[in-house]
Design a protein around this ligand. Structure first.
Ligand SMILES: N[C@@H](CCC(=O)N[C@@H](CS)C(=O)NCC(=O)O)C(=O)O
Length: 270
């Protein structure tokens, strides 16, 4: 359901493309990549997730779930990154030439596991929020699922929950590997499409936590090729905060030394 009726009615008079996004959110990355591939200019509204700007009353009047990204195109408000990239690609562009929505749906469904594993294996590198900030978030963000997720993270995720997310993520990458195993260049065949864009940020994200991509060599080869595209640099790498990337890398090394990294979970040991 891509288009929504916003609570903030002023959005309806906005002209052109406006994107509310976060620099390192995977859902925002795929939208920016699509915009870069299409060469379309947009007005950028950065939401700082680290500062909980998505919990502001103003932002929750734009996106009813208080999540990024949100796009406004000439007054039409569209949420859900997979719907947004479809909207930006339009019906007739080469990017839109996908045989079915299967790979897009899979990327969409992979989001919750990506989130859990990102928080566990990368975001734990940072300081937990102060009690005051945690309380402020609890009092202002209306998304109950997100509230519970934050509490679970603070308590420590259950090991089985992490392992199950790892297993499903591995299954997703194995499926991509199978698709690519006939030697095709791109997920849909000979052309770079939205299916490739939808999965690009996921591979990028899991590489940060030293995911065992040697299990899926076709995915590695595909990613090596598509990550040379200017859109990857412009829309993903250029938005990364280098101190955060350094902190993720140091934390991944630490987890590895402790034997608690992603590879140490039962799914990869059995
Ligand atoms: N299905 C949604 C997921 C949106 C989503 O989960 N966004 C994340 C960033 S990728 C977010 O806003 N997270 C805020 C938080 O975790 O507090 C989409 O594809 O747009």
């Amino acid at each position: 359901m891509p288009e929504i009726e916003p609570e903030d009615k002023s959005l309806k008079s906005l002209k052109g493309l406006h994107l509310w996004h976060a620099p390192m959110s995977s859902c925002s990355q795929r939208v920016r990549i699509t915009l870069a591939e299409r060469g379309v200019a947009f007005t950028s509204h950065v939401i700082n997730l680290e500062k909980d700007e998505h919990a502001s009353a103003d932002y929750q009047r734009i996106h009813p779930k208080g999540l990024v990204p949100a796009l406004v195109d000439d007054g039409h408000v569209i949420i859900e990154s997979i719907d947004i990239i479809g909207h930006i690609a339009g019906k007739d562009s080469p990017l839109a030439k996908v045989s079915s929505s299967k790979l897009l749906d899979m990327a969409d469904a992979a989001q919750l596991d990506l989130k859990l594993l990102t928080f566990e294996f990368l975001f734990r590198a940072g300081q937990p929020p102060s009690q005051e900030n945690a309380k402020a978030f609890e009092n202002s963000h209306k998304n109950e699922w997100l509230q519970q997720f934050r509490k679970d993270f603070a308590k420590g995720f259950d090991k089985d929950r992490i392992n199950d997310a790892i297993a499903r993520t591995d299954e997703g990458f194995q499926s991509l590997n199978k698709v690519l195993s006939d030697g095709r260049e791109y997920l849909e065949g000979t052309e770079f499409t939205l299916s490739d864009i939808a999965w690009m940020p996921n591979v990028h994200r899991f590489k940060l936590m030293d995911w065992p991509f040697e299990r899926t060599p076709h995915v590695l080869k595909w990613f090596e090729k598509i990550s040379k595209r200017p859109s990857y640099q412009e829309a993903l790498l250029n938005w990364q905060a280098e101190p955060a990337i350094k902190a993720f890398s140091a934390y991944t090394k630490k987890r590895k030394e402790e034997g608690t990294d992603v590879r140490s979970f039962p799914h990869f040991l059995s």
